[in-house]
Each structure stands twice: as structure tokens, then as C-alpha cells.
Design a protein around this ligand. Structure first.
Ligand SMILES: NC(=O)c1ccc[n+]([C@@H]2O[C@H](COP(=O)([O-])OP(=O)(O)OC[C@H]3O[C@@H](n4cnc5c(N)ncnc54)[C@H](O)[C@@H]3O)[C@@H](O)[C@H]2O)c1
Length: 244
């Protein structure tokens, strides 16, 4: 895959799947921008990848607007948006005890955040004459979720993605929604720890076991697919993809 001369924004690129994706895109020749609200990890990943780092809170429209204004100072257009920022909260909390505050917070980051990043990315991708948008949903979108809010938010991301795929086709912008399975990141490992604790077992031990084992996929595995989807080789791919 060749990403030379492509300008690629990886939102949520500080850690996990986003960080792996940003590094792979940079290695393949792309000009990469990492946006994330984790400033320490964002700056560190960007420095290692030779990328630009911009802080953002995807749930806040003014912050997203400021992110794209900052990108526009540096680049005249954007070729690809890869939106990986997300949170998982409320794992194993029964629906009748689930707080509205947690539900809204998860939806604001995962679903509204994907909408806001797309809203401001589209004008910059149109300036390039077209490009790609890649959203990250989850198998949680189809019922496999430990959290009521996370499942609902990811269902929304998937539906947003297919809606956009139809609406943006005429602008030569292809949209894909990637649904990873279990991947070895802080997000997934902390859920494994929480699950072990619901069974009265040590969360720390469960996390160490999962991190050392082969059952979960590696962030780079998904990162390679996201980077490939950003390339011209993926020009005929549309819609939903499920990964390990
Ligand atoms: N790890 C898995 O098993 C798995 C499976 C399916 C889907 N996913 C999805 O993959 C994506 C990446 O997750 P990950 O597993 O790499 O976890 P991660 O926690 O390492 O990455 C999430 C990133 O999003 C950033 N982020 C969170 N809230 C933000 C906000 N409001 N504004 C800006 N940035 C914010 C975090 O700082 C972090 O860098 C998420 O959307 C997640 O839901 C993960």
C-alpha cells in the first residue's frame, strides 16, 4: 500500500488501534495528523511517527472546529479521516441501574464525536476532489457488548457510516465502517479486568493473562486494515467490514 502524499487525520490516534494506524500510515508515506484528548500520549505517538499532534475533545463542537482550523493552517486539504476516538464505560452495569449521565457521555464521545469529526472533515476532503472516511464501530453494534451505552453508541456509528456512504458518494468520498472484535488495548483489557471482578476474581491477574495470551488481536492487525482502506487500492470498498 502506498500512502505517499496523502494527508490523513487519525482522531483518537494517541493510543491503541489509532496509534498503530497513525504509525503505519506514516511509514507508508502519509502526512499524518494525530488528534486526541490525551495530550501526553498524543504528543509522544506523534513524535515517534513524525506526525503533527493537535489536542481535541470530539464531544465538543468548538474543540472539533478548532482542530480543523489548526489543520487548515498547515494543509490545504485532507484526503482521509480515520475516526477511532472512543470510550467504553458502564461495563456489566444492568440497564435498570445504568445512569443517564454515563449513557449520554458514551454516546456523546462515540456517536456524536464521529458525526462532528465527519461534519468538519467533509469540506476539507471535498477540497481534495474526494477521499475517504473510515469510522470505527465494533461488534458491540450487533449485540456483543458489555455496556448498554457502548452497544447503543456503536450501533449509531454503524448507521451513521452507511448513511454517509450513500450521501457522500456523489462527492467522490467513500465511507467505510470497521467493526473490530477483541483487540489488545487499554480499553479492552480494562473491561476484561472488570469482568473478572464481577466473578470475584482478580482483575489485575485477568488483565495480565489476556495481555500475554493470543486470544485478543493486536492493534497493528486492525491498523493495517485501516491504513489499507485509506489507500487508493481500496477504492472499490464500501460499507461494513468486520475484523478479528
Ligand atoms: N479494543 C477493542 O477490542 C475494540 C473493539 C472494537 C472496537 N474498538 C474501538 O476502537 C477504537 C479505538 O479504541 P482502542 O481499543 O484502541 O482503545 P484506546 O482507549 O487505546 O483508544 C481510544 C482513544 O480515543 C481517545 N479518546 C477518548 N475519548 C476522546 C475524546 N472525547 N476526544 C478525543 N479523543 C478521545 C483516547 O484518548 C484514546 O487515545 C474505539 O472507537 C473503540 O470503541 C475497540
Amino acid at each position: 500500500m502506498d500512502l505517499t502524499n496523502k494527508t490523513i487525520l487519525v482522531v483518537g490516534g494517541a493510543t491503541g488501534i489509532g496509534s498503530a494506524t497513525a504509525r503505519i500510515c506514516a511509514m507508508q508515506g502519509a502526512k499524518v495528523i494525530i488528534a486526541d484528548y490525551n495530550e501526553a500520549a498524543g504528543a509522544e505517538t506523534a513524535a515517534a511517527a513524525g506526525a503533527m499532534y493537535v489536542p481535541v475533545n470530539v464531544a465538543d463542537e468548538n474543540s472539533v472546529k478548532a482542530l480543523f482550523a489548526r489543520i487548515a493552517e498547515q494543509y490545504d486539504h485532507l484526503d482521509v479521516l480515520i475516526q477511532t476516538a472512543g470510550v467504553l464505560k458502564g461495563a456489566y452495569v444492568p440497564v435498570e441501574e445504568f445512569s443517564l449521565e454515563t449513557f449520554t457521555n458514551v454516546v456523546d464521545i462515540n456517536a456524536t464525536g464521529s458525526f462532528l469529526c465527519t461534519k468538519y472533515a467533509v469540506p476539507m476532503i471535498k477540497k481534495a476532489g474526494g477521499g475517504a472516511i473510515i469510522l470505527i464501530s465494533s461488534v458491540a453494534a450487533i449485540g456483543v457488548s458489555s455496556s448498554v451505552a457502548y452497544g447503543a453508541s456503536k450501533g449509531s456509528v454503524s448507521s451513521l457510516g452507511v448513511t454517509l456512504a450513500n450521501k457522500l458518494a456523489e462527492d467522490n468520498i467513500r465511507v467505510n465502517v470497521v467493526h473490530p472484535g477483541g483487540i489488545k488495548t487499554n480499553m479492552k483489557l480494562s473491561v476484561i479486568g472488570a469482568e473478572a471482578e464481577t466473578r470475584g476474581q482478580s482483575g489485575e491477574q485477568a488483565i495480565a493473562q489476556a495481555a500475554a495470551g493470543a486470544e485478543l488481536g493486536e492493534p497493528e492487525g486492525v491498523g493495517k486494515i485501516l491504513a489499507w482502506l485509506a489507500s487508493d487500492e481500496a477504492e472499490y470498498v464500501r460499507g461494513f467490514l468486520f475484523t478479528r
